[in-house]
Design a protein around this ligand. Structure first.
Ligand SMILES: NC(=O)c1ccc[n+]([C@@H]2O[C@H](COP(=O)([O-])OP(=O)(O)OC[C@H]3O[C@@H](n4cnc5c(N)ncnc54)[C@H](OP(=O)(O)O)[C@@H]3O)[C@@H](O)[C@H]2O)c1
Length: 343
């Protein structure tokens, strides 16, 4: 068990990587992270503190990406686009590095579910994929303790999977009728570069749905919950706020349910999970309760006939949905307390 880890981060200038760097700077068992930028020698020399004045006084030079230097770290975090993580993860494995990849490139095993990423996977990639652990500590803590490669779970996917896992695993949901997962996210989920969809003028005072029947996180929900693809209807929406996710999840039960028993299933499932808070029946979480924390908050309401429920699950997309969960995974990988360095 290592007690002082040297982390390296690629992508610290992006939203998820910046959040991650801040979490690592506070982590009692981590040294100051080494930051690596692009490989091109023409890339400008920068210090993260110059880009993000929140870090005034810190010296955080962003070095040119070089495997000889990166490979000296104890753990490599990739907060990079899917296409780049797709290439870097096998190269890190060759060098024996332990990796937490925040992208979606290595989260899925099923070829059909991976299709929305439009990445090419070889048969060698399939065998590598078999060794990658899906990074939700609440579901895979044993595998994470020995994992070399971790695919940090998607932000929407984390909010939905954590809410649904206790009841799907108890076998009480009527999957014939399907599960409706209606999620809303703040705009930082789309990364730092504004597009014609995410530009302030487009988003402010508006609310819109997108990627209906085609969002990449659908595959994670299907694969991790082990439920048929056609029983999940996931629609993400863009909220005019910087960060935070609220998922409203509509389920039907096979048999009449009792609110206390449903709540007990949630509480028992997460009895040893420090980063999931159960709000219980009738007390619903809100985005502001979990902002800038690593909590995923879950509550629900049961219909008067006991046959239907609405789950509400909230998290901060940049913390439990990205950087915080990545550090929670790191903690398990290195035998540290799951809570360490997180708030
Ligand atoms: N935003 C979220 O809420 C969230 C949540 C969960 C997971 N993720 C995942 O985390 C990853 C990063 O997301 P983000 O939202 O932080 O994106 P972002 O704000 O666009 O940042 C992307 C980062 O990748 C770097 N990068 C791009 N191409 C590179 C290259 N060729 N070599 C080295 N670095 C390169 C960028 O550096 P430059 O500054 O040089 O461009 C930047 O630091 C994505 O895979 C995303 O899906 C994001």
């Amino acid at each position: 068990v290592a007690t002082t880890l040297q982390p390296a981060v690629v992508g610290a200038t992006g939203y998820a990587g910046f959040e991650l760097t801040q979490v690592l700077l506070r982590h009692p068992s981590a040294k100051k992270p080494w930051l690596f930028g692009r490989e091109e020698s023409s890339a400008p020399k920068q210090d993260l503190a110059d880009l993000y004045p929140e870090l005034q006084g810190e010296s955080l030079p962003i070095r040119q990406f070089d495997w000889n230097e990166v490979a000296k770290a104890d753990v490599l975090f990739l907060a990079t686009p899917h296409e780049l993580s797709k290439e870097l993860v096998p190269q890190a494995k060759e060098r024996g590095l332990r990796v937490v990849d925040l992208s979606g490139a290595w989260r899925l095993r099923d070829h059909a579910l991976r299709a929305p990423y439009k990445l090419d996977y070889s048969s060698a990639d399939d065998s590598l994929q078999a060794s990658v652990v899906y990074g939700i500590p609440e579901l895979h803590s044993d595998e994470l303790r020995t994992a070399k490669l971790v695919a940090n779970a998607g932000c929407y996917a984390t909010s939905i999977i954590l809410a649904l896992a206790p009841w799907t695993k108890a076998g009480i949901i009527d999957l014939e009728h399907g599960v409706i997962c209606d999620s809303k996210s703040g705009v930082s989920g789309a990364g730092k570069a504004p597009t014609s969809r995410t530009h302030f003028v487009e988003v402010a005072e508006d609310f819109s749905a997108y990627s209906v029947f085609g969002h990449r996180h659908t595959g994670e929900i299907v694969e991790q919950l082990g439920i048929p693809a056609d029983s999940v209807q996931f629609t993400p929406h863009l909220l005019p706020i910087p960060r935070g996710i609220l998922s409203t999840i509509y389920v039907r039960f096979q048999e009449k349910q009792d609110a206390a028993a449903l709540e007990k299933l949630l509480r028992d499932f997460y009895a040893n999970a420090p980063w999931v808070r159960i709000f219980g029946a009738q007390k619903l979480p809100q985005i502001k309760f979990c902002l800038r924390t690593n909590y995923c908050d879950i509550g629900f309401s049961l219909s008067p006939d006991g046959r239907r429920a609405v789950l509400v699950s909230c998290l901060d997309n940049l913390v439990k949905g990205a950087a915080g969960q990545a550090v929670q995974n790191m903690n398990l990988m290195f035998g540290l307390n799951e809570r360490e360095g997180l708030q």
